[in-house]
Design a protein around this ligand. Structure first.
Ligand code: FAD
Ligand code: NAI
Length: 476
């Protein structure tokens, strides 16, 4: 039987990074993963993120943005294009190519770092002295490994909607939404969260009529509401996404004519039939098949593996990271927890600050933030000041033809320490890193205001917002 210092279960961005870091630190490491490729005929590392999440969705967002730009934006640059057409199958093929390249890249990194990659489902079997015994089930072929430390990184799966079953033909989860080879005429989306907005944008740009049905009365409740309101206006009024808030879904029928959804909105009962329906109402932790109960691995009431602030579970030398534990379900959060756990096993004292984990929504314009929203600061009774600046007069944004959006800097009223940075605009997925860096280094808004920002760049809008926080905006 093979024995390891560290066995990681799951090779998503949490698990594969934990395994690489553990191996780099000198531990004999194995990573067990059950993931398979789209065809279902070969192992595919990388978890949700690489196979059916972050990476494929961003590929489709880019392709659909190009198509939309060719139709609507090129002309103002003097670029005339005639007969623009769209090939959904080609877009999916390109996306699949990027996915295989990156998932294959992890197999390469495992070899390079001497991580033993074991394909199959990992489950707890018991203990042999102080070693944990983990069974690996590769389609019925069973083997056992033993390890001093186990890191559980089994991720998450889509939250099911009891009213309908996902068949990934007409009723789609994220996997199905990323694999349509024809543009649906009418697309329904349940949930205006991150997946709903990103996938709704993709299929809207390439010609679908998109209706998003959201239960919450408020749009993007977790985001700063000034930014959320601006986003809502752009998505609905300018881009034509039909977003209904405060909806109660009563019934869904998946039949030959399409998917019929009966719902209530403002006291009225409505019925809509869609060609395809995406269900994106959140994700739940995945502990299926892990045999957690047999060894007494504790979960909370929502099914997340219970961990303390450094990802220790209730069992000695068993750790858990990423989507299967509390905190935001984001790839970079999973990876950073993976690094931190490997380093902690090595006796180091790493620290991960949840308040500086950035969020990005890759719509157009993009939305990004770090730290506290204005609503949170008000609720916590924190005295703050704010500075905002827009992209409308930013030279780079105008040149790009993407001069929409706002950056807002929130800082402590007394100390000027940055408490939050919120953005909607072009490439703010990149710009938010400056806010994260500032907050990690406990910068004040004056620090950002006094740093030289290249001209003309999008970053000048953040600079200007920081100046505005101190009431000395130069272009405001
Ligand atoms: P996962 O990536 O879910 O990986 C878990 C792995 O464990 C899987 O390979 C699974 O097969 C394997 N596994 C499970 N159980 C077992 C077992 N018993 N034995 C062996 N293997 C097992 N996040 C971002 O930060 N940015 C984005 O742009 C972004 N876009 C997204 C888009 C979509 C459509 C979706 C669905 C998610 C997106 N996310 C994004 C979220 C991101 O994908 C997750 O936060 C991230 O993948 C979590 O990583 P993880 O390692 O915890 O788990
Ligand atoms: P989400 O939590 O972002 O949004 C789900 C939405 O569905 C919420 O607005 C919720 O109010 C709504 N909802 C719940 N039940 C409903 C019902 N019965 N009827 C109508 N609406 C209902 O979840 P989503 O979009 O499924 O994404 C899952 C997670 O994946 C995200 O929370 C995020 O962590 C991750 N993700 C991250 C991305 C990024 O970082 N860019 C992109 C996509 C996903």
């Amino acid at each position: 039987m093979s024995q390891f210092d560290v066995v990681v279960i799951g090779a998503g961005p949490g698990g594969y990074i934990a395994a690489i870091r553990a191996a780099q630190l000198g531990f004999k490491t194995a990573c067990i993963d059950a993931g398979v490729n789209k065809a279902g005929d070969a192992p595919a590392l990388g978890g949700t993120c690489l196979n059916v999440g972050c990476i494929p969705s961003k590929a489709l967002l880019q392709s659909s943005e190009h198509f939309h730009a060719a139709q609507h934006d090129f002309a103002e640059h003097g670029v005339q294009v005639a007969g623009v057409s769209f090939d959904a199958a080609k877009m999916i093929e390109r996306k699949d190519g990027i996915v295989s390249k990156l998932t294959g890249g992890i197999a390469f990194l495992f070899k390079k770092n001497k991580v033993e990659s074991l394909h199959g489902k990992g489950s707890f079997k018991g203990k042999n002295g102080d070693l944990w015994q983990i069974e690996v089930d590769n389609r019925g072929e069973r083997s056992m490994v033993e390890a001093k430390h186990v890191i559980v990184a089994t991720g998450s799966v889509p939250r099911p909607l009891p009213l309908v079953e996902v068949d990934n033909v007409n009723v789609l989860d994220n996997e199905g939404a990323l694999n349509l080879t024809e543009v649906p005429k009418k697309l329904g989306v349940i949930g205006s969260g991150v997946i709903g907005l990103e996938m709704g944008s993709v299929w809207k740009r390439v010609g679908a009529e998109v209706t998003i049905l959201e239960a919450a009365p408020v749009f993007m409740g977790a985001a700063d509401q000034q930014i959320a309101k601006e986003a809502f206006k752009i998505f609905t009024k300018e881009q034509g996404l039909n977003i209904e808030l405060g909806v109660k879904i009563n019934e869904i029928n998946n039949n030959a004519d399409g998917v019929t959804v009966k719902y209530e909105l403002g006291g009225e009962v409505k019925t809509e039939t869609f060609d395809k329906l995406i269900v994106a109402i959140g994700r739940v932790p995945n502990t299926e098949g892990l045999n957690a109960e047999a060894v007494g691995l504790a979960k909370d009431e929502r099914g997340f593996i219970q961990v303390n602030e450094v990802c220790q579970t209730n069992l000695p030398n068993v750790w858990a990271i990423g989507d299967v534990v509390r905190g935001p379900m984001l790839a970079h959060k999973a990876s950073d927890e993976g690094v931190a756990v490997a380093e902690r096993i090595a006796g180091q004292q790493p620290h991960l600050d949840f308040n500086t984990i950035p969020w990005v929504i890759y719509t157009d314009p993009e939305i990004a933030w770090v730290g506290k929203t204005e609503e949170q600061l008000k609720a916590e009774g924190v005295a703050y000041k704010k500075g905002t600046s827009g992209f409308a007069a930013n030279g780079r944004a105008l040149g790009l033809g993407k001069a929409k959006g706002t950056v807002k800097v929130l800082a402590d009223a007394e100390t000027d320490r940055i408490l939050g940075v919120h953005m909607i605009g072009p490439m703010v997925s990149e710009l938010v890193a400056e806010g994260v860096m500032g907050m990690e280094f406990k910068a004040s808004s004056e620090d950002i205001a006094r740093i030289v920002h290249a001209h003309p760049t999008l970053s000048e809008v953040l600079h200007e917002a920081a100046l505005a926080a101190d009431k000395r905006a130069l272009h405001g």
